[in-house]
Every structure is written in C-alpha cells, then in structure tokens.
Design a protein around this ligand. Structure first.
Ligand code: PMP
Length: 372
C-alpha cells in the first residue's frame, strides 16, 4: 500500500500509527467482543478511552489543574457563536483581534449572537487586513482594547492566509487585562505555547488532534463558572465540564481516534519534539520559496509565517494550476490554496512526515527549473 503525501488543510493527515492501531483494534476492542463504536458511552470500556484522551490533552499541553478539557461538537464554527453566547453578557463588550478569514467569521457570529441573545457589544480591537488579505498579526500598540472587556478573542494561526501568532519574541500573543480566548484550531499541539495566558482555547480536532466531529474546548474553571446560566443546558460549556463531556452521547469513535493520535504524539516525544520537527519542515519550504529567485513568493511577513500552513504564489494562475496538477501526479495531495485566496498552500501538521516535505521541496525546485 502506498500512502499519499497528504497536505490537506483539514481534515488532514493522521499519524499512520494511530490509523494502524484503529485498524488492529476495530472489530474486537480490548477483548470486549465488539468495536469501541458499539460500546455504551457510560460503560467501563469506553470510559477508559474517554479519560485517557482527556488526560493526554492536559498532559501534552501541560495544563494546570484549574483548567478543564472538554470534547464537544459543532466544530470551531459553532464555538464562534457559543463563546459569545456563554461569555458576552449584556452591558459588556467583547474585543476581537482579526488576522484572517477565521477571525472575521468569529466576529460575524459574535455580532449575530449578541443581537439574537441580548448580549453585549462586539468591538474590532484590531484587524490586519490589507489589500483584501492578511500578512501579519498586529503589534501590541495597534490594539484598541476596551477597559473592562468581557474577553478578548484572537486566532493563533490563520489557516487560509498562513499567518501565525507568537512564533518568536517580536509577535507575542496579545497582552490584555480581560480574559483571553483563542481559536487554536490549526496549530494546537504543534508547538509549545504557555496555555496559562489563555482563559479559553478551542478548536476543531481535524488538524493536529484527530478526526473531524470532535471539538476541543480548554477553559479555566473560573471562566466556566462565570458563563451565562440562563441558556439551554446543552449550550452551556459548564454543563459539559460538570459532566466530563458525557452530558449527552459524545462522538465516541472520534474521541477514540483522538486518543490514538495523542498517544502517538506522546510516544514521539510530545510537543517539544514535534515542534522541532515542525519548525524544520516549515523551514525547508520557506527556504525553497525564498531561494527561488522570485519564482515562488510568500506574501506573509517573515515573523508571522505559519509553521502549519505554508502559502505561496507562482507568477501566474496557469502556472499554479500546472503545479498542483503535476504534484498530484506524484501523489502530493491538497496543495491548492483556499478557494477564497488562490495560490498554493501546503498544510504540514504534526502527522505530515518530514520526508513528504522534502519530496515537495525537491519537486518545487525541479518545477521552478523547468518552468521558471
Ligand atoms: N478556525 C480555524 C483557524 C480553522 O482553520 C477552521 C477550519 N479550517 C475553523 C475555525 C472552522 O472549523 P470547523 O470546520 O471545525 O467549524
């Protein structure tokens, strides 16, 4: 069997070891005579998997005891609405820092939610949009923060534009007085981040954590306590915390695959080891782009160039199309940029093998030589 060199943006490549384990355990899980999917979510067999997945998140992210890890549903997109639903009370303002298309969506959903649920105000504390695109995160002195804000929201890695926060000391996460909430969908667990600077972190699982269908929410217990209590129970994050993500039936097979994926990550040396690998993978692509004599161009400011989603352009859309087509013929999948921006994007999440990235860099050099 030959595995594709999968550069999809999400759902994305999963570690081979996590898939192979699922294959081996599929029909008869742990000698129970049935698959993990067929077990009750209230039974001992599944409970162990659920607990292990939750504990692995906390361990790998080095979360202090005053944080809860929740597995919920609806994707990061539902969190865009559910965050203000829970935390933006009437009379307060939520500040949004926008560094790309996902941040824009978060603001738009917050506005809709505050209207629909008598919530507070939504304020754009910064946007780095420039010429209809985004190439950087804002400096601290560019933020217009509201005193006494309900929370400040940012996106750690803008998956479409390849713009990432806090890759070095010159672009730290925002320093704010209010609770800091972060959409970390596309770079959580890809590098070391001090999680204690955030009050809530959330993301869809389908990049570094596991399959789609699982949404992760990590929150300070004190923040969850402050959430609105007049919402239907299912929408309150508190409910899921109090019930250890077993208030209703969770996506059990998805959480099982999260367990496999994070067990693999731990066996590889955890986040510090994967970060070193990810930084090298990203450098191989950015060096190829910068060394191409202008044939490839990455529009993103050097200090904000994502180590998860590397975006670049070729001289013409026709060459970009040819690049994607030729790459596909060599089993390199998912390189077409997001439909809203065009160009090329290589998503190189944790499970993407360094050898795949080396193969892509070699292909880029060869393509530039032939077509440049
Ligand atoms: N935020 C970011 C940063 C994302 O990359 C994505 C998905 N690509 C989303 C939010 C939306 O996630 P979902 O599809 O899980 O709703």
């Amino acid at each position: 069997m030959s595995r594709a060199l999968n550069f999809n943006a999400g759902p994305a490549s999963l570690p081979f070891a996590a898939l192979a384990r699922a294959r081996d355990e599929l029909i008869d899980f742990d000698g129970s005579g049935m698959s993990v999917m067929e077990h009750s979510h209230r039974g001992k067999v599944y409970e162990k998997v659920h607990h292990e997945a939750t504990a692995l998140v906390a361990e790998l992210l080095e979360l202090p005891k005053d944080y809860d890890v929740l597995f919920v549903q609806g994707g990061a997109s539902m969190a865009f609405a559910q965050i203000p639903m829970n935390f933006l009370e009437a009379g307060k303002t939520a500040d949004y820092i926008v560094t790309g298309a996902w941040g824009e969506k978060a603001v738009s959903e917050a506005r809709a939610m505050s209207k629909a649920a008598n919530g507070g105000e939504v304020h754009m504390a910064a946007s780095t949009q420039q010429d209809k695109t985004y190439v950087r995160v804002p400096r601290q002195d560019e933020l217009s923060l509201t005193p006494g804000a309900a929370y400040v929201h940012c996106t750690s890695n803008e998956t479409i534009h390849g713009v990432e926060y806090a890759l070095g000391p010159s672009t730290p996460f925002p320093k704010v007085q209010a609770p800091l909430i972060c959409d970390m969908s596309s770079d959580i667990l890809g590098r070391r981040v001090d999680m204690t600077q955030f009050d809530v972190v959330y993301g869809g699982a389908q990049k570094n954590i596991g399959p789609s269908g699982v949404t992760i929410v990590i929150a300070k217990k004190s923040m969850l306590d402050r959430g609105r209590k007049d919402l239907p129970a299912i929408f309150q994050y508190r409910t899921h915390a109090e019930n250890k993500s077993l208030y209703n039936t969770p996506p059990t097979f998805g959480i099982y695959l999260v367990r496999n994926t994070l067990a693999w990550l731990k066996s590889e040396g955890g986040v510090a080891a994967i970060e070193a690998r990810n930084v090298k993978k990203a450098a191989a692509l950015y060096d190829t782009i910068d060394g191409s004599g202008g044939f490839y161009r990455c529009p993103v400011d050097k200090a904000c160039r994502s180590i998860m989603n590397v975006v670049w352009r070729l001289p013409t859309p026709e060459l970009e199309e040819a690049f994607v087509k030729e790459a596909e013929a060599q089993q390199m999948i998912g390189l077409k940029g997001h439909r809203s921006v065009g160009g090329i994007r290589a998503s190189i999440y944790n499970a993407v093998e360094p050898a795949w990235v080396d193969a892509l860099a070699a292909f880029m050099k060869d393509f530039a030589k032939r077509r440049g």
